[in-house]
Ligand binder design. Structure first.
Ligand code: PEP
Ligand code: MN
Length: 351
């Protein structure tokens, strides 16, 4: 349920209502929006009559039931307002959200060595990316394939952040590694294969860094939002959803089917920011620029693009990785669409 407060409701009254509802065995959560304060209520609300809550205070404007099984992730929970996820990076705060410029995340599939990660970081930054992505722990189909360099790769990400000023996004696969990843990463990624690893979701929900939750390759939209709900329910309000392609019957010419239709659907269902990863979505570098343009046109809040200084030699996902030169060109093309939809960061004009 959500309790919508009247504009100008006194702070003391909101706190009093929270205390009263807590004494009823509910878990109220105060959400301060741009226009209104809303109190989200999770707990045994089925038997409660909204009118009963309405009577708690004359400052209550409305009490509404959230019908979806995902409560905190629902758009209604924030009374229709989009979330803003603010991430601090060495270069300053970056905001993920519907009313902000598109945030571009770029980098290699795996962190391979210092030279390649620093070079990639400097190049993607110069082209306009705000975050460097790179895997230290890799979920590979084959146990014989490169598994990532683990902890030493995290140290290389720290070096790349220091040198470039970019924020860092890297994946956690195992709860045992979460503490060190959470220390290094500015955003912790949960990959497609772990989208329904509920013990991992609870743990990432209990650590302080924002979480990038990729869609499972066969997950429905509802399953995905329920996975986000696990993180939110564990106390972490900062979840970014990332579409990365779903399984289809045709794997001959595309790796996955990039489901850009999720953007308008999610917009309607949730307040959480939406990222799209066209690299894993389509799986071939030659098609990534076209799909990236489509992602912007459909209204994503953020893009994730794999970039490698030498894709032919990459230890993972080379075929879908752009070179830094390609990425630079693509960013210029994306700026045209980004500006057309008024979602591209204004370039600083030199005096
Ligand atoms: C990745 O981002 O490198 C990755 C493994 O992605 P996904 O979980 O979407 O396959
Ligand atoms: Mn990859």
């Amino acid at each position: 349920m959500i309790v919508v407060m009247k504009v100008g409701s006194p702070e003391a009254e909101i706190n009093r209502i929270n205390e009263e509802l807590t004494s009823w065995g509910l878990t109220p959560e105060k959400i301060v929006g741009k226009h209104k304060v809303v109190i989200g209520l999770v707990g045994e609300t089925v038997s409660l009559d909204p009118l009963q809550i309405q009577e708690v205070s004359p400052w209550i404007e409305q009490v509404l039931r959230v019908e979806q099984p995902y409560k905190r992730a629902s758009r209604q929970y924030r009374h229709g307002e989009a979330s803003e996820i603010i991430v601090s990076t060495p270069d300053g705060s970056v905001v993920f959200g519907e009313n902000h410029p598109i945030v571009v995340v770029a980098g290699p599939c795996s962190v391979e060595n210092e030279e390649m990660i620093v070079e990639t970081a400097m190049r993607v930054k110069a082209a306009g990316a705000k975050f460097l992505r790179g895997g230290a722990y890799k979920p590979r189909t084959s146990p014989y394939a490169f598994q990532g360099h683990g902890e030493s790769a995290l140290e290389l990400l720290v070096t790349a952040r220091e040198k470039s000023g970019l924020g860092i996004i890297t994946e956690v696969m195992d709860t045992a590694d979460l503490d060190i990843i959470s220390e290094v990463a500015d955003v912790v990624q949960v990959g497609a294969r772990n989208m329904q690893n509920f013990s991992l979701l609870k743990k990432v929900g209990a650590q302080p860094k924002p979480v990038l939750l990729k869609r499972g390759m066969s997950a429905t939209i509802e399953e995905w939002l329920m996975a986000a709900e696990y993180v939110l329910a564990a106390g972490n309000p900062n979840v970014i959803l990332c579409e990365r392609g779903i399984r289809s019957f045709d794997r001959q010419y595309t790796r996955n089917l990039l489901d850009i239709s999720v953007v308008p659907v999610l917009r309607n269902l949730t307040h959480l920011p939406i990222m799209i990863d066209p690299s894993h979505g389509i799986g071939w570098a030659a098609y990534v620029p076209t799909m990236a343009k489509a992602c912007i046109a459909v209204g994503c809040d953020s893009l994730m693009i794999e970039v490698h200084p030498n894709p032919k030699k990459a230890l993972s996902d080379g075929p879908q990785s752009l070179t830094p030169d390609d990425f630079d060109r693509v960013m210029k093309e994306l700026a045209v669409i980004g500006n057309a939809v008024n979602r591209w960061e204004k370039q600083a004009v030199l005096a």
